[in-house]
Write a protein that binds this ligand. Sequence first.
Ligand code: IPT
Length: 456
Amino acid sequence: TPPLPVLPVPTAAQLRWQRREVIMFFHFGMNTFTDSEWGTGRESPATFRPTALDASQWMDAAGAAGASLVILVAKHHDGFCLWPSAYTAHSVRASPWRGGRGDVVREFADAARARGLDVGIYLSPWDRHDERYGREGAYNEYYLAQLHELLTGYGSVSEIWFDGAKGKNATNMTYHFQEWFQTVRQLQSSINIFSDDGPDLRWVGDENGSAGSTCWSTINRSKITIGEAGIEKYLNTGDPRGRDWVPPECDVSIRPGWFWHKNETAKPLLKLLEIYYNSVGRNCVLLLNAPPNTTGLVDAADIARLREFRAAVTSIFGTDLAAGSAARASSERGGGRFAAANVLDGRDDTYWAPASGDGKNGYWIELRRPASSAFNVVRIQEHVAMGQRVERHEVYVDGGGVAVANGTTVGHKRLHRLASPVAGRTVRVWMASRLGPPLVSAVGLHLDPFAAGGTM
Ligand code: IPT
């Protein structure tokens, strides 16, 4: 039988999200046309006039990046709604686009599903346009009514994004997050709710795509107030004593801004790879933003960059230099289903588990490779369905006395980039410290040709 989990553990929806690894964000709206990041709310709806909007082209961008979930900003801080909401006049209905009969949320959801992609929605709590903002009862009802529209009118929604951003001079306003969250759950039972504080997914604490090198999926939600300054560090590393499973999502834009600006360009490939290592490689999901332009299309150069990025990831991780190794471990749990060799089968649902009572001399797993070819990336994955456990780990090659890599947490995926390529027949991973017996679903070795001389 399998061992007991170490609590807390993820829900099925959180696990499905974690395994996506890369998902996409689309910031598009009034700001696209005014060349700004935070609109004032005083923009005329006539300003919104994409000339050739084609949401299926946005899905080309998602496909290029290998994303399986796409999240649309349905309303940003300026309050302009990309769907014809019944509760405000400040929407696409008042714009010249499609003669006032357009609905970007509809086109987005339809285009995503036509490509087999799941849909997510961002709805800004901070609203600089609506006159109800600042009147607590009225605004909270307005926001809730819009959640109803978005979560009942557009099919199944996988993720909903509550941004904690609020300008310094914004009216003092209390958001009724509990009423909002519980309503969201009622309308979409398998949705993941993102906010600084979860309940399902948390902000990573920065917008540059970098999790802490220690990164727990757990926090104590009671320690966080959404939008409060000073929570970033806690969110960035998580809490080994956290009682709530709220894994971090790294939101970052492919460009300097979240919205499209004609004088900005996409980040270079090497920067995107660094972001990948610092997010996916540190137990996070990477939420990568690609902003459509005033035409209503993602710039071709951005799509080309996303394609390069995906090709690079595939070329690094498509070949596992641990393949064909013989695996052994400090011990194996009985029953034959928890063998060390499970770390080589490419599956998330099988794993190595040590025998109960093992651990006195430390837990380790070792791969004896068929050849000693050089690698410069070590990949380790925990079976987080049973809880995140590893607190400290070290990687040794050919019995050497100095670890080629070491770190704290592992989680769903930990990627180590070595200072330079290493050749060797045996690779041993020590689980030097952990909250419970380690359950390891994968150990892989890779060669990253983009790491100049093995480093970046
Ligand atoms: C920042 C919010 O303050 C934070 O609560 C979170 O929602 C984050 O956005 C998401 O990226 S605002 C940003 C200008 C740092």
